[in-house]
Design a protein around this ligand. Structure first.
Ligand code: ARG
Length: 469
């Protein structure tokens, strides 16, 4: 189905209008309108540079900037009419600009192409998203570190293979996630550093014959420098890939924490409670409290890692430079960034809300002979047994306790001495879960005094950063 009217923006050599389906497959305005703020910011900087370089008049540049501000206001007010026929955000903005200010609007695109324009807008969009994510992740770290400080002494089972292994403190467990998130923020900030080169002025692919000043636009738009190769400038999407890869790793961390919250909330564990704010009921089973928010945080990594894979597959094998394939970069990236932002914020809310049950946690920590290693360590320290021998004797003690149906704390000293006669009453001191965690004071260990210190180090660091930012 065609109509006798070519696209008014590039229709010079076309006689007929595109097929309806062509319009549908070609248009990106449905999603790239999210980049309107970046598009307008980039265009204003471009116009000002063109005027500074004498490529357009100062009067035209003033008109363009005024017109762009009006377009921005219309978009913000929701009165802007987006048109699919105008394909994308770039042509929509430029077309409206020309409606508003007349022929001067047509001068904006001098020494520029949609190829460097979209590369710029998308980069700035991802950069803004990174800045927002960093803030969100820092808030989540703050929530975790505050909880860790408050519960530095709460003893819980530490697991390996999801079997009770050794007692740890709840604060220590939470601080493990603060470390993970610090690495995640590091990865995002590395990505931001590499991203921060301005592709504007690469033009269609080869650069331009106009005497533009790329350093000026780069600086005006907050970049460290212009990209050094015009072909690379228009065809690079590494910044989106790298950011999504960093988000996927971080979402994996959120997923592990979310899974622990789900587990801890089951009646079988009963370690923590989330309030009604972060749980839902069942429509049929009145007793249920479902951790839906945690489950959704657990799931998001699938979507985010999928988006990363998706874009990697779009970019794979594309010859230089721009191909329309690259329009497929945005939807999944936008979706991944938005999903991740929501998940980070929800996780922050859940952590603030989370209340541990210290009695249940302590009881669980004492089950499963979790202080067996403490007996072995005592045998090594006090009787100077080689660790392997100590391990063997402790194994026999655990077996005995098991057959008698007692915990290690309940097992009489005489029973232990039947296995290793040199054991003295001194061993009883190491059997409680409290003394177990207290003794693990090696650097990075779970001892409450370590946890309190590390939580404070983090709180100071994060509060200082928040005050700066
Ligand atoms: N909407 C396009 C995109 O997102 C903008 C760039 C179009 N460039 C072109 N040469 N057709 O990729």
């Amino acid at each position: 189905m065609t109509e006798k009217r070519a696209n008014k923006m590039w229709g010079g050599r076309f006689e007929l209008s595109p097929a309806e389906l062509m319009i549908e497959i070609n248009a990106s305005i449905g999603f790239d309108k999210a980049m309107a703020p970046q598009d307008i910011r980039g265009s204003k900087a471009h116009a000002e540079m063109l005027a500074a370089q004498g490529i357009i008049t100062k009067a035209d540049a003033r008109e363009i900037v005024r017109g762009l501000d009006q377009v921005k206001a219309e978009i913000e007010a929701g009165t802007f009419e987006f048109s699919e026929r105008l394909e994308d955000i770039h042509l929509n903005v430029e077309s409206r600009l020309t409606e508003l200010i007349g022929p001067a609007g047509g001068r904006l695109h001098t020494a520029r192409s949609r190829n460097d324009q979209v590369a710029l807008d998308f980069r700035m969009f991802v950069r803004d998203a990174i800045d927002g994510l960093d803030l969100g992740l820092a808030r989540l770290q703050l929530a975790l570190a505050s909880k860790a400080e408050a519960h530095a002494d709460v003893v819980m089972p530490g697991f390996t293979h999801l079997q009770p292994a050794q007692p740890v403190t709840f604060g220590h467990h939470l601080l493990a996630y603060v470390e993970m998130l610090a690495r995640d923020r590091g990865r995002l900030s590395d990505a931001r550093k590499r991203l921060n080169e301005c592709p504007l002025g690469s033009a269609a692919l080869a650069g331009t014959s106009f005497p533009i000043d790329r350093h000026m636009t780069a600086e005006a738009l907050g970049f460290d420098r212009p990209t050094a190769n015009s072909l690379d400038g228009v065809s690079d999407r590494d910044f989106a890939l790298e950011t999504m890869a960093a988000c996927a790793i971080s979402a994996m961390h959120l997923s592990r924490l979310a899974e622990e919250i789900v587990l801890w909330m089951t009646p079988q564990f009963g370690f923590v409670r989330l309030s009604d704010r972060w749980t839902t009921g069942s429509s049929i089973m009145p007793q249920k409290r479902n951790p839906d928010a945690a489950e959704l945080c657990r799931a998001k990594v699938g979507r985010i890692a999928g988006a990363f894979q998706g874009l990697l597959m779009v970019m794979k094998g594309l010859p230089l430079t721009y191909s329309k394939d690259m329009q497929e970069d945005k939807e999944q990236t936008f979706d991944a960034l938005r999903s991740f932002r929501v998940a980070v914020a929800a996780m922050g809310g859940m952590i603030e809300d989370l209340e541990p049950d210290p009695d249940v946690m302590r009881a669980a920590a004492g089950s499963g002979y979790s202080t067996a290693t403490d007996i072995a360590d005592w045998l090594v320290r006090t009787l100077k047994l080689p660790f392997r021998e100590a391990h063997h004797a402790t194994g026999a003690i655990v077996r005995l306790a098991e057959t008698r149906g007692e915990t290690l704390e309940q097992l009489p000293l005489a029973a232990m001495q039947a296995i290793e006669p040199r054991i003295t009453a001194d061993v009883l001191k190491v059997l409680s879960v409290e003394s177990s965690v207290r003794s693990r004071s090696s650097y990075g260990g779970t001892a409450p005094q370590n946890v309190r210190k590390m939580a404070r180090v983090w709180l100071r660091r994060l509060e200082k950063a928040a005050a700066r930012g």
